[in-house]
Design a protein around this ligand. Structure first.
Ligand SMILES: *[C@@H]1O[C@H](CO)[C@@H](O)[C@H](O)[C@H]1NC(C)=O
Ligand SMILES: *[C@@H]1O[C@H](CO)[C@@H](O)[C@H](O)[C@H]1NC(C)=O
Length: 315
């Protein structure tokens, strides 16, 4: 009601045209002013009603998606695990007893990798990706194959730089990758009750750097919902290690498990590991990054020794 009190007497005085039109007799002034006040009241009431209606529409009808946060960016999770029924995706692949998922689910932990380790491995990503970069918003560096996004394509970093690669990466960098991979592998084995020695690193394993620049090729379109086991047949267990902080380093870019009922989001946090069985029980997507730069590493494991790869090394 405050705008009405402030607005009603002020407007006619501040309005030159109204001043000129204002009759000299005080009696005839009162009538138009009362009418004006009545109109103002109607207008304010109308504006309030529209505002409330918009609020209601926004919270109920405007966006019908329901989201639950599985891991907040500000939480420091010792480990959270949610079991979900396994999909049938694994049935169409050879089973490896004691390893192929019988228990499925997803976990998030801030206790596997330290913030300092995350910072160190991120500087490897920054070094490598600074040599290239996609024209679109999503660049990758695959340490195993050497694939690096450049413009609309990929180059093989190891072939391109040859021996000079030793001036870019150090043995320590690769050692750090191996240490982190090992820790993640143990955590996954523990969460799913399997032996870590039955898990094999599989490809692709890569750093990703995403910013808000619009996609130029299909490779840049990271936000589509997908199932890892469908995209990469060898994956049984997928993990993501985040190297930057949601809302400090970038906006958007949350990880979303898509489900009927409610989607579940993981807000990235440097050092946070999110891992899950790779079948369609864990259909997921990444939201578009709206600002800033988001770094992460994908590390995946297979139960099939034939699809295993060695840790990345200098080639
Ligand atoms: C989950 O997210 C997708 C798109 O991101 C949306 O279409 C869907 O309605 C959401 N699901 C629920 C249950 O809110
Ligand atoms: C995003 O990264 C690309 C390189 O991959 C760069 O050309 C572009 O300027 C960046 N965009 C923003 C908004 O920082």
């Amino acid at each position: 009601m405050a705008p009405q009190r402030r607005g009603a007497p002020k407007a006619p005085e501040g309005n030159r045209a109204a001043d000129r039109r204002r009759p000299s007799s005080t009696k005839s002034v009162r009538a138009p002013r009362d009418v004006w006040k009545k109109w103002l009241r109607v207008a304010v009431l109308g504006a309030c009603t529209t505002f409330v209606a918009l609020l209601l529409w926004g919270s109920l009808g405007g966006d019908d998606s329901i989201t639950e946060v599985l891991a907040h960016r500000s939480e420091v999770l010792p480990g959270r695990f949610i079991e979900v029924p396994c999909s049938e995706d694994y049935d169409s692949h050879r089973r490896f007893e004691g390893c192929s998922p019988r228990k499925c689910g997803r976990g998030v932990s801030d206790a596997i990798i330290t913030r300092d380790e995350a910072r160190r491995i991120r500087s490897i990503a920054e070094k490598g990706l600074s040599l290239g970069g996609s024209d679109g918003g999503a660049s990758i560096l695959d340490l195993h194959s050497g694939a690096l996004s450049v413009g609309k394509h990929f180059v093989n970093l190891y072939r391109y730089f040859g021996d000079k690669i030793q001036t870019i990466f150090s043995e320590e960098d690769f050692q750090l990758y191996r240490d982190l991979r090992q820790k993640v592998q143990l955590a996954i084995a523990q969460a799913f009750g399997i032996s870590a020695s039955l898990l094999h690193l599989t490809k692709p394993t890569f750093f990703s750097r995403i910013n808000s620049t619009a996609a130029r090729t299909a490779h840049d379109e990271y936000w589509h919902a997908h199932v890892d086991k469908v995209t990469y047949g060898s994956f049984d267990y997928t993990s993501l290690l985040y190297l930057s902080d949601y809302l400090d380093d970038f906006g958007g870019g949350r990880f979303v498990f898509m489900e009927e009922g409610a989607n579940k989001t993981v807000e990235p946090r440097a050092g946070r590991v999110s891992f899950f069985t790779s079948g369609s029980e864990n259909l997921h997507r990444v939201e578009k990054v709206h600002w800033g730069t988001r770094y992460a590493i994908t590390i995946a494991f297979t139960c099939d020794p034939d699809h295993g790869i060695a840790d990345p090394t200098f080639t």
